[in-house]
Design a protein around this ligand. Structure first.
Ligand SMILES: CC(C)(COP(=O)(O)OP(=O)(O)OC[C@H]1O[C@@H](n2cnc3c(N)ncnc32)[C@H](O)[C@@H]1OP(=O)(O)O)[C@@H](O)C(=O)NCCC(=O)NCCS
Length: 156
């Protein structure tokens, strides 16, 4: 995660924005406790990770303020896609696409009919390639420098 945040955002953000993004990225351990987080291994190394959630928090790690563990209603709410990271040694090999499809299948199996996430600029090309559309553009400056984000989603 650290390597992905530091290296893979460089084409999209400046150094102060990458530093700022650490406040709003990283792992929310609730995902691990819920059993909704995936790791992809290649040759015994972690190539990537990512998960989904049936809880209200849209984005953020353990250090991010304002998270909510409230359960979503599959009838009307969108399941969340959370904390997608590919190690820089394994990019553009389909790891992100694989994790996303595992998350979508799991959310669908629990009855959700749509999925949503807060995308970074680095994540946008993956999500767009996988059929997600932008619902809202915003900026999060809780970490200092303003970090552009996109709320994206798609029907399942
Ligand atoms: C976003 C991220 C997880 C993508 O991981 P990945 O494993 O390289 O993605 P995939 O190999 O599955 O890519 C699938 C498709 O998405 C698109 N895509 C992914 N990364 C892209 C990039 N940097 N530029 C352009 N298109 C990209 C392509 O269409 C790609 O298919 P192709 O390689 O056949 O052209 C990775 O770049 C990352 O960790 N970024 C930093 C952390 C981050 O911002 N995470 C998102 C949080 S919302």
């Amino acid at each position: 995660m650290d390597a992905a945040i530091s290296e893979l955002q460089k084409p999209f953000l400046d150094e102060s924005q990458i530093a700022s993004s650490r406040t709003i990225m990283g792992l929310d351990t609730q995902l691990i406790n819920d059993g909704t987080y995936f790791i992809v291994e290649a040759d015994g190394e972690i190539a990537g990770c990512g998960g989904w959630s049936r809880r209200a928090t849209l984005y953020g790690g353990d250090l991010s303020p304002g998270r909510s563990a409230a359960l979503l209603d599959p009838e009307k709410d969108a399941a969340r896609i959370r904390a997608m990271y590919t190690h820089p040694h394994y990019t553009r090999k389909g790891v992100g696409r694989l994790v996303l499809s595992l998350c979508e299948d799991a959310a669908r199996a629990e009855g959700f009919r749509k999925v949503e996430m807060m995308a970074t600029m680095a994540g946008e090309p993956l999500y767009r390639a996988c059929g997600y559309e932008t619902h809202e553009r915003l900026v999060d400056d809780r970490g200092g420098a303003p970090v552009p984000l996109l709320r994206m989603g798609k029907p399942l």
